[in-house]
Design a protein around this ligand. Structure first.
Ligand SMILES: [Zn+2]
Length: 77
C-alpha cells in the first residue's frame, strides 16, 4: 500500500529508504515514551518516528492524535 507523502526522501542523505510510523518504545516495552496529556489521569500519547534506513536519521517524530489536552512546562495553578 502506497502512502501519501509530501517528501519521500531523506533530508539528510537524499535516499528514499524511509520507514514510516515506527513505534518509539522502551527496550523492555513497559509503557510508552510519549507526550503527556491531561485526562482524568495523566496519559501518554505514543510517539511514532519516520526513519531513514540508509543513514539512520530520524526524519520526523509525530503523534497520531493531536487533539489532546497537552501538558506543557508551565505549571497549572
Ligand atoms: Zn538518510
Amino acid at each position: 500500500m502506497k502512502e501519501h507523502k509530501f517528501e519521500n526522501r531523506c533530508i539528510y542523505c537524499g535516499e528514499s529508504d524511509l520507514v514510516h510510523d515506527v513505534h518509539v518504545g522502551l527496550t523492555n516495552e513497559i509503557g510508552d515514551v510519549g507526550l503527556s496529556y491531561s485526562k482524568f489521569i495523566t496519559g501518554t500519547e505514543p510517539i511514532y518516528a519516520d526513519i531513514c534506513t540508509s543513514c539512520g536519521s530520524i526524519i520526523r517524530l509525530h503523534v497520531h492524535k493531536t487533539d489532546r489536552k497537552w501538558i506543557t512546562k508551565k505549571p497549572k495553578s
